[in-house]
Design a protein around this ligand. Structure first.
Ligand code: SF4
Length: 431
């Protein structure tokens, strides 16, 4: 039997959100006395640098639209839950994200409960061969509503309904998903097998290229994709982002495991071809692993900086970008060479460099007693924080400071300034 997916244009008010849900009868199995849990994508917050949220976080306008639809339906037990990255240096945690997005107004206005999954409790859950700690709030709710963003992802190509469920795990289990032997896509598929949202609504007011975080590029796309079947929602979402679902490993694995066809989807409303935007997901890297292509433009030579792989977690990945930008800024002041930079759980030095920087506890562990390393420079932490990164670089004579990254983030934010299609108010709850 084909599953329905609604594709609805966002028309700048809450009615389009109610329409997106109504077109697929998204509340058909909802009882007014049910405990409802809404899971947005609030992967992180940032109080230090300019933080354009377009395509990175679920918009508050979609969140409020869903809450209003639930209230009008008669629901009284509504909660919003998320487990954002905790990084003291950046001021990132779930409470900061809730406050920054105006969720306290949803609490005051509609009686919504705000739940930080990171506070627990978690339930050790068997995934067949391994276990992951899943938020008890997610497992115990009567009606889970999944509110991912329409975005690409540098590891899994797309980050939609399935991937958003990774935010329901505790940090140890999130890290476990970036495994040296098991593919990340297998974990993403397994999350969709264990956690069954009653409704998935993909927030595509903005879509993100080269996601999942702030260094990607957001486009205004004004599309809402809803289904009671998360697989169907993700198949449609992948197509809207310009991907064949056959090329998305977790969808392929799920389809094979559950005898699902990518064609068994009935689209209601807008047609995919009319709302599709083909976005890139991958960051170009130099073939000899000497760094990202941006290094060539900057004339940077003599460095070994292999591309991130699936074993690097989101926290390290975010700060790995900081390291790259800090190196570019320092190189412009005083070129340096003969150094390599390794991160993640799988990168082992093959030698040939005067100094090997080991980024984070996993890279330090993976290269413990590595005989090929001339001089190891550990950057401790899980993930390392910014002061430690700068201290390690300057300690080795690399004149890095925070200015390059601050300027980079200011430039990212500037992309969206004074352009009418990027509306900051979409990330706040209006009075
Ligand atoms: S050091 Fe980095 S890659 Fe390793 S577990 Fe911590 S965050 Fe993940």
């Amino acid at each position: 039997m084909s599953q329905q997916v609604s594709i609805t244009s966002f028309n700048n008010d809450h009615s389009s959100i109610a329409n997106a849900i109504g077109q697929i009868n998204g509340f058909a199995k909802l009882h007014t006395e049910d405990r409802v849990l809404l899971k947005p994508n609030l992967v992180m917050w940032d109080r230090v640098y300019p933080f354009p949220k377009y395509g990175v976080l679920t918009t508050s306008v979609v969140m409020e639209g869903v809450v209003r639809a639930l209230k009008e339906y008669g629901c009284t037990k509504i909660a919003i839950g998320e487990g954002a990255i905790v990084d003291k240096g950046l001021g990132s945690d779930t409470t900061a994200a809730f406050a920054g997005l105006g969720y306290h107004k949803l609490r005051d206005r509609y009686g919504v409960e705000l739940v930080d999954f990171n506070d627990g409790p978690f339930v050790q859950t068997d995934f067949g061969g391994y276990s992951l700690d899943v938020s008890a709030h997610v497992l115990e709710t009567d009606f889970l509503i999944n509110l991912p963003v329409l975005k690409t992802h540098s590891n899994t190509k797309v980050s939609l309904g399935f991937k958003n469920l990774k935010g329901c795990l505790n940090s140890k289990s999130k890290m476990f998903c970036h495994h040296t032997e098991l593919p990340l896509e297998g974990f993403v598929c397994a999350l969709g097998e264990k956690i069954k949202p009653a409704l998935t609504l993909i927030d595509g007011i903005y879509a993100l290229e080269k996601g999942p975080v702030v260094n990607g590029r957001a486009y205004r796309t004004d599309v809402l994709i809803a289904s009671t079947d998360m697989f169907a929602a993700d198949v449609a979402g992948a197509r809207v982002l310009g991907f064949a679902p056959e090329d998305i490993a977790y969808l392929q694995q799920y389809a094979a495991g559950y005898n699902r066809s990518f064609d068994d989807i009935e689209v209601i409303g807008e047609q995919i071809k009319d709302v599709a935007h083909s976005l890139e997901w991958d960051w170009a890297w130099l073939e000899d692993d000497s760094g990202p292509e941006a290094f060539i433009r900057q004339g940077i030579k003599g460095i070994h900086f292999p591309k991130y792989d699936n074993t690097i977690c989101s926290g390290c990945s975010y700060l790995n970008n900081y390291l790259l930008i800090a190196l570019m800024g320092a190189y412009a002041k005083a070129p340096f060479a003969g150094m390599e930079f390794l991160g993640g759980k799988a990168s082992r030095s093959k030698g040939g460099f005067a100094k090997t920087f080991l980024f984070g506890k996993c890279a330090i562990h993976a290269n413990h007693n590595n005989p090929h390393i001339s001089e190891a420079v550990p950057i401790k932490g899980c993930p390392p924080d910014i002061p430690r990164i700068l201290e390690a670089l300057t300690g080795q004579g690399i004149p890095a400071d925070d200015r390059a990254y601050a300027a980079y983030r200011a430039a990212l934010a500037k992309r969206y300034e004074n352009r009418g299609e990027y509306v900051e108010e979409h990330f706040s709850v209006m009075q």
